[in-house]
Design a protein around this ligand. Structure first.
Ligand SMILES: Nc1nc2c(ncn2[C@@H]2O[C@H](COP(=O)(O)OP(=O)(O)O)[C@@H](O)[C@H]2O)c(=O)[nH]1
Ligand SMILES: [Mg+2]
Length: 320
């Protein structure tokens, strides 16, 4: 039956529906989240110029014709050291690649493939799956340099990589070509998510993330890495009111960090709050009455229970 349909000679020449998972992986800051948001035309993942902004697997659904592509944006793969949060982030990235039908491995076009990338690509999660190498940020890479980098990996096409594609996730250049390549890697399958659904994350997740994005943008050096955001209340007041109540807690590791996050006379927190509020009001409509509080929670980034509570790790026993 499916063969007949596939060949287009079945009744009504109904086409085969394809679906599958596409992991987006690579070193930090290569533009993975920018890419996902651009594909969806909708912000599901936060983006900053800082490394390690993405901490969890972010799912984004893209449907085109008879194909449903489920993208998994992942934290950048780096040497995690001893902080449990970082270890969990890297593990999430590898797990997503292992589970996907194809992985888009992102590097910066101007840098090309580094030794670290080669080490990552040699791990079983990537070695044993189909990988398309993506040279992102071609908009800021001079043409001759891009050509040189592409030539250096050309021998690997058909070997380590199914394809190499230069793109710009920022401008959208060449992204259609990349998207057109993907269906061939996906099996016949169901529509995993109803048409129109963009992500599986609850609203409270993206709300916490938008606040965290503004904190990343406002704070310097290591501080962003010591922060987490927990949304405590997200509730629409009864109609006809168009007001949402939002309470969120910002967790920091040390008392001294609390003052920096709050700022002189609350200036930093005010700025973060108003930037986040503006964006969230555009996202959800209506107006938002927002309360942000800063809490010291020592070692939150090393505490398995807190990491699970924040959604940074899977509940124990749930992982396969
Ligand atoms: N010039 C340029 N910058 C980009 C491009 N894609 C992403 N960026 C920037 O690179 C930084 C990191 O992007 P992000 O998507 O957070 O990277 P991720 O850590 O891999 O998810 C941000 O400042 C983006 O604006 C691109 O195609 N061109
Ligand atoms: Mg990211």
């Amino acid at each position: 039956m499916s063969e007949l349909v596939e060949n287009g000679v079945g009744e009504g020449t109904q086409k085969l529906f394809r679906s599958g998972y596409i992991a987006i992986a690579g070193r930090p800051n290569t533009g993975k989240s920018t890419f996902l948001n651009r594909v969806l035309g909708h912000k599901v993942a936060i983006v900053t110029p800082k490394a390690q902004t993405t901490r969890t697997r972010i799912l984004g659904v893209y449907e085109q014709g008879e194909v449903q592509m489920v993208f998994l944006d992942t934290p950048g793969i780096h040497n995690p050291g001893r902080v449990l949060l970082n270890q969990a982030m890297v593990q999430t990235a590898y797990d997503s690649c292992r589970d996907a039908d194809v992985t888009l491995y992102f590097v910066e076009a101007g840098t090309g493939l580094t030794d670290e990338d080669r080490q990552i690509l040699a791990t079983p999660s990537l070695k044993d799956s189909a990988v398309i190498l993506v040279f992102n940020k071609m908009d800021r890479t001079p043409r001759d340099r891009l050509m040189m980098r592409l030539a250096a990996v050309a021998p690997l096409v058909g070997e380590a990589f199914a394809e190499v594609v230069p793109i710009s996730a920022l401008t959208g250049r060449n992204m259609e070509r990349l998207l057109d390549l993907l269906p061939q890697f996906l099996p016949e399958g169901p529509r995993y998510f109803p048409t129109g659904q963009k992500t599986d994350q609850p609203d409270t997740f993206i709300i916490g993330e938008v606040i965290r994005e503004k904190l990343f943008l406002q704070l310097q050096q290591e501080l962003p890495y010591a922060l987490a955001v927990r949304v405590v209340t997200w509730q629409k007041r009864s109609p006809p009111s168009l007001v949402w109540d939002l309470d969120a807690e910002i967790l920091v590791v040390r008392e001294s960090q609390k003052g920096i996050v709050i700022g002189h006379q609350g200036s930093v927190l005010k700025r973060v709050g108003s930037m986040a509020r503006r964006e969230l009001e555009a996202m959800f409509g209506g107006s938002i009455f927002m309360r942000l509080q800063v809490h010291v929670q020592k070692d939150w980034n090393g505490d398995p229970r807190v990491l699970m509570d924040l959604g940074y790790t899977e509940p124990v026993g749930d992982a396969d």
